[in-house]
Design a protein around this ligand. Structure first.
Ligand SMILES: Nc1ncnc2c1ncn2[C@@H]1O[C@H](COP(=O)(O)OP(=O)(O)OP(=O)(O)O)[C@@H](O)[C@H]1O
Ligand SMILES: [Mg+2]
Length: 520
């Protein structure tokens, strides 16, 4: 929900305030202007009324005697001032001599104004025109009106009246107050009306629009704004409804797409998992087969050798046995000599046959080349990892990265290390830790293969490198692994040593010469 900051005035209030300011200003200007005009006209009206009064007094004096009869004139003037107390001073002057002579006077007048009529005023009076002056004394306005007294055709006298405008000003002030009150009342009425109107036309529709928007924002897309005014707000609401419709459509499309995408992802995930399990199974089988293959290769070699030997030495052995049995019964020295020669030749034949068998079984000289021992061990770990993890064995490695290469036959070295790994796995049927380490020591390579398995009995330690020594069940081990391993290592100019304790584990340490020219 959108909330205005507390110190911000809402749009509706702003518009109201602006309009009120405009209305009050316009009203004030209009009322002030009209009041000024009316006040001016009222003043002029007052002026002409007093001019008429002064003229009437002037016209009431018909002769010079009357003009100079002070007591009668002052009585008359006092009566007039009684009727109209705003007249503060009335004077009558005789203009027949050069200097105006005051012939009657009533009232104190305002001292600041009480001066004799000046030359130009007297001139105007002589011509028969009245003179009117507006003067301000101590913040109060006064009209000073002068009119002629005609005797015959001559303007022989002058009537002067000073009229206070105090009552008139009081009336004007009261009018000003009324005008201000009227302005305020009208402004208040307009304000109430504006507030009501704006609230109805802007405030309420906007609040409902904002409320609907908040509900839509909270996730309810089914909302609809129902403002049907034929103005901008109505258009805004209609546009909002249209936009909402589009959003609904879009959301629905996205939801459908999401659902189908999710389905597809789930299907794909299941498929990938299935494939992964298949792959892991195949990998395990492959690894086991590799290990078994290495073992059966040794079995096959041993079997072949045994069969060939049996075949080659069977006949001479048999013949030797026959000659030996008959030798006991031979009486002549000559015959015995002859038989012994035959036996000797048969034995020589057997030695030769054994050598021939060994020759055929011995592999051709391996192809020598630079071998990266770290890479070779990593490859072997990859190969055996499925079986290793299946047996709950944890592998730790500590390979020295700048290890020299060795010169040799990668295949043979692999066979040697594979046998050590297989032995270690066999020694840890209930799991354990297999640690592989390489170190470079004085240009040579040292490989350590350590397990936490059953270990080797002290009595067996001298025999383990002998061919056919095995503690494994029949058919499980040939006992050739370690002897082949040592042959390979020695064939590479290296050495293999063992350290083991029954129940604690076994550690094999292999040293291989490093290639002088290269380090890796
Ligand atoms: N890591 C080891 N822990 C305990 N005993 C071992 C270990 N390695 C070898 N041995 C002992 O040495 C014997 C000889 O091992 P060798 O590898 O020569 O033959 P094998 O493993 O028995 O048979 P094959 O290698 O043909 O499977 C083993 O039977 C076992 O008793
Ligand atoms: Mg073995």
């Amino acid at each position: 929900m959108v909330r205005l900051p507390r110190w911000n005035v809402g749009l509706q209030s702003k518009i109201t305030l602006y309009l009120i300011a405009i209305v009050v200003s316009v009203l004030s200007i209009a009322i002030t202007a009209s009041r000024l005009v009316i006040e001016r006209q009222a003043r002029l009206l007052l002026r002409s009324e007093y001019i008429t009064l002064v003229r009437q007094i002037g016209a009431g004096i018909g002769t010079l005697e009357e003009l100079r009869n002070r007591s009668v004139l002052e009585q008359e003037l006092a009566k007039l001032r009684e009727i109209d107390p705003e007249i503060v001073l009335m004077e009558i002057f005789d203009l027949t001599s050069g200097v105006p002579q005051m012939t009657a006077r009533s009232g104190a007048g305002v001292r600041e104004l009480s001066a004799l009529p000046n030359e130009s005023e007297i001139g105007m009076i002589r011509r028969g025109d009245p003179v009117a002056r507006l003067a301000e004394v101590n913040g109060q306005l006064f009209w000073e009106i002068q009119g002629p007294v005609r005797i015959g055709t001559e303007a022989s006298g002058l009537v002067l009246a000073q009229v206070s405008m105090r009552r008139f000003e009081a009336l004007v002030a009261r009018d000003r107050l009324y005008a201000a009150l009227v302005t305020m009342a009208v402004a208040a009425v307009i304000l109430v009306f504006l507030v009501w109107y704006l609230r109805r036309k802007i405030g309420q529709p906007m609040a409902s629009l904002v409320g609907e928007m908040a509900r839509v924002e909270a996730g309810d897309l089914e909302r609809q704004v129902s403002i049907e005014s034929p103005d901008e707000i109505g258009a805004l609401a209609a546009q909002f409804n249209r936009m909402l419709f589009r959003v609904r459509e879009g959301t629905e499309a996205v939801r459908l797409l999401n659902e189908s995408l999710q389905d597809r992802v789930e299907q794909a995930t299941t498929e990938v998992n299935r494939r992964y399990e298949d792959l892991a199974r195949v990998n395990r089988r492959l690894s086991e087969m590799q290990l078994r293959l290495a073992h059966s290769e040794r079995l096959a070699a041993a079997g072949q050798m045994a069969a060939a030997l049996a075949h080659k030495i069977g006949t001479p052995l048999h013949s030797t046995l026959g000659h030996l049995q008959r030798l006991k019964r031979d009486t002549s020295e000559e015959k015995r000599e002859e038989r012994l020669k035959i036996i000797e030749s048969q034995l020589e034949r057997m030695v030769q046959s054994i050598q021939e068998v060994l020759e055929t079984v011995r592999k051709p000289a391996p192809p020598m080349g630079p071998v990266e021992v770290n890479a070779l061990l990593r490859g072997l770990l990859d190969l055996t990892m499925p079986v290793i993890s299946l047996r709950g064995i944890e592998v730790e490695t500590g390979f020295e990265e700048r290890l020299p290469m060795t010169l040799g036959d990668a295949g043979e070295l692999q066979e040697a290390f594979l046998n050590l790994l297989t032995n270690a796995m066999d020694a840890m049927p209930n799991g354990g830790v297999l640690r592989l380490e390489t170190r470079s020591i004085d240009g040579a390579i040292r490989v350590t293969v350590a397990d936490t398995g059953v270990g080797i009995a002290e009595a067996d330690l001298p025999k383990i490198f002998e061919p056919f020594f095995t503690t494994k069940e029949r058919g499980k081990g040939t006992g050739l692994g370690l002897s082949i391993c040592r042959n390979i290592v020695r064939g590479h100019g290296g050495e293999i040593e063992v350290e083991s304790r029954r129940g604690a584990g076994t550690t094999w340490v292999l040293t291989l010469p490093g290639r002088d020219d290269e380090t890796r």
